[in-house]
Structures are given as structure tokens and as C-alpha cells.
Design a binder for this molecule. Structure first.
Ligand code: NDP
Length: 399
């Protein structure tokens, strides 16, 4: 008999809430708390009448005291942070102050610097351990499922893994010349940052979108993909012993890249505040305000995502290659939950991660990345809750 608070009421939160209601054996009560009460209430109205007790609350998750008050009144068994990465630390502080388990889908990023790394959240390890509380970091698809895939590959198919390539392909088309599939501010900060990959013990930095490869994705087709730095690389190099190289690639269409370049050239992607008619504004935040809301892309987006991980290493002295991936259809995700596949592939693992803790599989005091935990029950739940995985023992490798 568990109760969760979901913080945030955007695309990812709406899928996670939907899936919690579907998994009513684990989730008996769900409170959706967000900055804008009406959005939380809309979600509650949409999902009510399906056997799970729902409520909506207003909270500013930047304020620890507001969060602690909310937790004290609602008495959750776990808090799912599906707001933005800026709120990770305040929500973790509030979880410690009240005494409740924590889960998120993206690592902390200070608003004023487009730099994400785990050091801020890993600094909470002792505090959570001493309090007997569990914090699960990055339970989306990437980060998230990609790390569960890594733990599963190592447990069942390899003695040692030498290389990991994470391939994130979105073959969806929303019909707009330019729009982002999740929060535009977070998305553009990630894509316009320098790329980085890890090889033979050191990080190699590349210019934004400098490294390009082409890959033929099952059920999507041939796509250009670009090397980015992604947060799960930082934890995987620590937790997969003997790893020699890890890279992360994401596909982008030509229209997206041309628009992004143009917006960058004119300064619209900057996060440095400027003075506009006597008011300080951040160009990227203004851009977010004029771009389509990712939550509105659901009905328009057709096509599929194909996200997975290719491993190379050894099993019983033999070279072993293995590709684990999931294909998700935007329209099927929309018909089921009202959100497109990028929100779907994040919201489903968020619900599963929460269920893992509440059911005791992942109840382990401390702060954990997903590859540190038993992958088997999570892998089974992916098949059960809409993200079935496929495997290929002879994949085409990325040069
Ligand atoms: P949205 O922008 O759609 O939703 C964010 C929600 O958080 C909104 O409801 C927003 O409220 C709310 N929020 C923002 N600030 C606060 C605050 N201070 N207090 C309370 N609520 C707040 O984002 P998404 O749903 O697309 O993404 C959610 C998270 O998922 C992000 O952290 C994103 O980085 C992560 N993500 C992870 C992925 C993965 O694979 N691991 C992939 C995609 C996303 P309001 O409506 O008022 O603005």
C-alpha cells in the first residue's frame, strides 16, 4: 500500500502518473504537485475513476520549506522528481528533512551554467545512507534504461565489457520546422554544449555536433547521429569494470540543426541574462516561451524512437557483441497516454524505478545510479509496462 508524490505536471510527469495508475497493485495513492496547480489538477481529472486515489497540490520545488510542508501533510512513501534538473537538490534536501525515498530522471544542473555532473548529487550519499533512505538517480530512458541495459548485459552476456555505444534515435516527425521533444531549455542546453567521450582512461572533448555517424536503425531507417556528452557516461565508467570506451550518439534532422545553428548565431540560445526594455531576460528562456510546448506535440508526431546500447567485450574468452534496444511508436504512446514517445520512454521507467523501490527490489540506503542495482526485475517490468526490449547478437558496430 504505497503513496507517491509526483513533482511536476509536464510531459514526463503525465506519462508517469498514467503508468502509476495502471500499476495500482503498487501505487494506491498519487499526489501530483507542481508549480501551476491547474496543470496538476488537469492530470488528476484525466486519470481519476481508475481505482487509484489522486490529488493535486501546488508547490514551488525551489523552496525546501514548501516541500517539507507538503510531505508532512501528504505523508508519501516516495517522491518522484519529474520537474526540472534545477530542482534536484532542493527536493533531495526536503526528502532528507522529512525522511522519504527519492527518485529523479535527470541529474542536477545549476541554472546559471549549462554543466551537468553527478558531483552535487553524489555528495548526498552519506546523508541518505545514514538516514536509511534510498535515492535513485536518472530513472528515465537515457539516463536510466541505458544503465539497466548495461547491468543486464554484464550480468547475463559478458565476462567483461570493453566498449559501450549508446544510440538515441528519434525518427518522429511533428511537422514543425523546429520544436523540441522535451523541455526546450534543457534540450538546447544539452545539444549546444561541447561533446565528450571517454577512451582509455580520459575524457576527449569535441566541439558541439562535431562527430557525426550514420546508422541504419531497425523500424526507423538510416539516420545521421551526432556525438554528445550524456550524464550516464560519468557513472558507467565508474561502475562497469574494465570499460575502455563509452560514447553517446543522438540523431537530429537537418531542419532541427539548421534552425538551431541560426538561433545560436543570433544569440537566442544564450543563458547569459540581457537587458530588454529595462528587464533582465535570458534569451534561451524567451525562446522556450515562443516554441511549441513539447506536451502539445503528441497528436502531431508520427514515427518511432529506437533507443539502445551496443556492447562489445568478452564471454568465455570469445569476442562478444550485443545490442539491446527498444522501439517506441509516437502515435501508440499518444493513443495510450496522451503524450509522444519521448515523454513515454521517460515516464514509464520513472514509474518502474519507483515501483522497484516500493516493492523492495531497489530499497537500498544511499544514492544510486541504475547500473548499481539488480536489472532483472526492472527488465521484466519494461516488457510488462509498454517498453519491450529486443536484442541482437550480431549488431552493426558504429565506426
Ligand atoms: P516539462 O517542462 O514538460 O515539465 C516540467 C514540469 O515541472 C512542469 O509541469 C513545470 O511546471 C514543473 N516545474 C518546473 N519548475 C518547477 C518548480 N520550481 N516547482 C514545481 N514545479 C516545477 O518537462 P518534461 O516533462 O519534458 O521533463 C521532465 C524532466 O524529465 C526534466 O528534468 C527532463 O530533463 C527529464 N527528462 C529525462 C529524460 C531521460 O531519458 N532521462 C528524457 C526527457 C526528459 P510549469 O508547468 O508551471 O512550468
Amino acid at each position: 500500500m504505497s503513496k507517491v508524490i509526483i513533482i511536476g505536471a509536464g510531459g514526463v510527469a503525465s506519462v508517469a502518473a498514467y503508468k502509476c495508475v495502471e500499476n495500482s497493485e503498487v501505487f494506491q495513492e498519487v499526489c501530483i504537485a507542481s508549480r501551476t496547480l491547474s496543470k496538476a489538477q488537469t492530470l488528476v481529472d484525466k486519470l481519476s475513476g481508475r481505482g487509484v486515489k489522486l490529488s493535486a497540490r501546488q508547490v514551488d520545488a525551489d523552496q525546501v520549506d514548501q516541500l517539507v510542508e507538503l510531505f508532512t501533510q501528504e505523508k508519501p512513501d516516495l517522491v518522484m522528481n519529474l520537474a526540472l534538473p534545477y530542482q534536484d537538490l532542493t527536493i533531495m534536501d526536503a526528502c532528507l528533512a522529512y525522511g522519504v525515498d527519492y527518485l529523479d530522471t535527470a541529474n542536477y544542473e545549476p541554472p546559471e551554467t549549462a554543466k551537468f555532473e553527478y558531483k552535487w548529487q553524489w555528495a548526498y550519499r552519506d546523508k541518505f545512507k545514514e538516514a536509511g533512505l534510498t535515492a535513485i538517480l536518472g530513472s528515465g530512458f537515457d539516463p536510466g534504461v541505458t544503465q539497466v541495459f548495461s547491468a543486464y548485459a554484464l550480468k547475463h552476456h559478458f565476462d567483461s565489457i570493453r566498449t559501450i555505444d549508446i544510440l538515441d534515435c528519434n525518427g518522429g516527425d511533428h511537422g514543425y520546422p523546429f520544436a523540441t521533444n522535451f523541455n526546450p531549455e534543457i534540450n538546447i542546453r544539452e545539444v549546444s554544449a561541447n561533446g565528450r567521450y571517454w577512451e582509455k582512461g580520459e575524457w576527449i572533448e569535441t566541439k558541439p555536433l562535431e562527430v557525426k555517424r550514420t546508422y541504419d536503425f531497425k523500424e526507423v531507417g538510416q539516420k545521421d547521429m551526432y556525438l554528445l556528452y550524456h550524464e550516464e557516461e560519468e557513472s558507467l565508467i565508474q561502475n562497469i569494470p574494465g570499460l575502455e570506451r563509452i560514447r553517446f550518439f543522438m540523431t537530429f534532422g537537418e531542419s532541427y540543426l539548421t534552425h538551431l545553428q541560426c538561433l545560436k548565431n543570433v544569440g537566442m540560445t544564450s543563458i547569459v541574462p540581457i537587458d530588454f526594455e529595462g528587464q533582465q531576460i535570458i534569451p534561451l528562456q524567451f525562446l522556450k516561451a515562443v516554441l511549441p510546448d513539447p506536451a502539445s506535440l503528441g497528436p502531431r508526431t508520427v514515427g518511432k524512437t529506437n533507443i539502445g546500447v551496443i556492447f562489445e567485450g568478452e564471454k568465455a574468452g570469445q569476442l562478444q557483441r550485443y545490442y539491446l534496444y527498444n522501439i517506441c511508436d509516437h502515435q501508440e504512446a499518444y493513443q495510450e497516454t496522451g503524450a509522444q514517445a519521448v515523454s513515454y520512454t521517460t515516464g514509464v521507467p520513472a514509474m518502474i524505478g519507483a515501483a522497484m523501490v516500493l516493492q523492495g527490489h531497489w530499497k537500498k540506503p544511499g544514492v544510486h545510479n541504475l547500473e548499481e542495482l539488480n536489472p532483472d526485475p526492472f527488465m521484466a517490468a519494461l516488457n510488462q509496462f509498454g517498453l519491450p526490449w529486443q536484442e541482437d547478437f550480431d549488431p552493426v558496430m558504429v565506426p
